[in-house]
Design a protein around this ligand. Structure first.
Ligand SMILES: [Zn+2]
Length: 389
């Protein structure tokens, strides 16, 4: 690794790659600022000359990535500078999610605003992948139209399963899918580049951007249960990208059989179906304080699994997302009791247990954000036309 970095930094740097680097630097400086920036402030923040910044900014405006806002009213001598901001009518990201009991799509603009979102409840268990993804593509196209037909920079899909880097869903036990080339199937339908990632990973990235982290484990509770591990501000994906399968931690080795083939998995005690069954209701929204005692077994199982996570990773924050987010008041005490019992350092360091910031939309928001980030990190490709649709 080190040798490769040395070799590449010793090679002469091409003019085009300097420009690509500087375009990204200028664009990200604007993206990271809470207020519109002048060319002079970009120059001051980046160390690039004013002439260079002006040329870069002109290119970014012409390519639809930056927009020039009207200058604020004159308050003293001199002409106030026009502020630069990310163009809300610039390239947008399409975020999609397929989960066991719903399909969802949203369009997020370059500034991070959700322009439209659609959620459709439909059972996807043992669904035929081309049919299910065709259905999702239609939902996504509708969201795109309702968002004002913004140009898409690309699309990303969140799935409840293990995904290989080329966008193939290797296994999604609760959908009954195996080796499904979801990226290719959706690319064909949508006509834009598509990436695919695990839903808990994408939701954890959303949480990281919303709250700043820096270290936490995000637990996404749906029919299945996944986890996104964020350490020092970076998502830990594991060697092959398959980390976080907390739903298949065994909490009772002799427990009931799971869809994965093993026994006593956490999902069998704390997945959405187990929670609804325990509470004696058909909708999560029907669960209130009176149902809290019935969620005791789910809370204990979750607490036991999470105690193992804390003992292993030494994180101080656990974030409950997906369908768990609104249930935190009824799950909290049961989880905390197991953490106190099983976490070695429980007496030494408190553990924060909280609901996710973005609720149920976190995974598809994370998917749309992944597209937006790819533009912010490499605006030169977008400007060259390769990224336009
Ligand atoms: Zn299992």
């Amino acid at each position: 690794m080190t040798a490769r970095i040395l070799a590449s930094s010793a090679a002469p740097v091409r003019q085009s790659s300097v420009r690509a680097h500087n375009l990204a630097l200028a664009l990200q400086t604007v993206a990271n600022s809470a207020n519109p920036l002048s060319r002079a402030s970009i120059s001051a923040a980046t160390g690039l000359t004013r002439a260079t910044v002006s040329a870069l900014v002109d290119d970014l405006i012409a390519g639809g990535l930056l927009t020039e806002l009207d200058p604020p009213p004159r308050t003293g001598a001199g002409r106030p500078a026009a502020g630069l901001a990310l163009a809300s009518e610039g390239p947008a990201g399409l975020g999609m999610e397929i989960n066991v009991d719903y399909l969802a799509a949203c369009v997020v603009d370059l500034g991070g605003t959700v322009r439209h979102r659609l959620v459709e409840h439909a059972d996807q268990r043992l669904s035929d992948p081309p049919t299910a993804l065709g259905h999702l593509a239609r939902l996504a196209r509708r969201a795109r139209t309702l968002a004002g037909d913004l140009r898409l920079a690309g699309a990303a899909l969140a799935v409840p399963g293990l995904v290989s880097p080329d966008g193939v869903v290797r296994v999604a036990p609760n959908l009954g899918w195996q080796d499904v080339d979801a990226a290719a199937l959706l690319r064909e339908q949508l006509g834009v580049p598509v990436t695919v990632d695990n839903e808990a990973n994408l939701a954890a990235l959303s949480e990281l951007r919303t709250t700043g982290g820096p270290s936490f484990v995000y637990i996404s509770g749906e029919i299945g249960i996944g986890a996104g591990i964020v350490l020092d501000g970076v998502l830990y994906r594991g060697m092959r990208g398959w980390s976080g399968e907390i739903g298949h931690l065994s909490v009772h080795p002799d427990g009931p059989e799971c869809r994965c083939g093993a026994r006593g998995c956490l999902e069998r005690y704390a997945g959405q179906e187990a929670i609804l069954r325990a509470a004696g209701v058909t909708e999560l929204t029907d669960i209130d304080a009176t149902a809290a005692p019935a969620l005791g077994e789910a809370a204990s199982a979750l607490g036991l699994a999470l105690a193992g996570v804390v003992n292993l990773l030494d994180v101080d924050t656990l974030v409950l997302g997906g369908s768990y987010a609104p249930l935190v008041p009824w799950l909290r005490d049961g989880i905390a009791a197991e953490l106190r019992r099983h976490v070695l350092t429980a007496e030494l360091a408190p553990i924060t247990l909280r609901a996710a910031a973005l609720g149920a939309d976190a995974a598809m928001r994370g998917a749309a954000d992944a597209v937006i980030r790819s533009v912010l990190e490499d605006p030169a490709t977008w400007l060259s036309g390769a990224g336009r649709t």
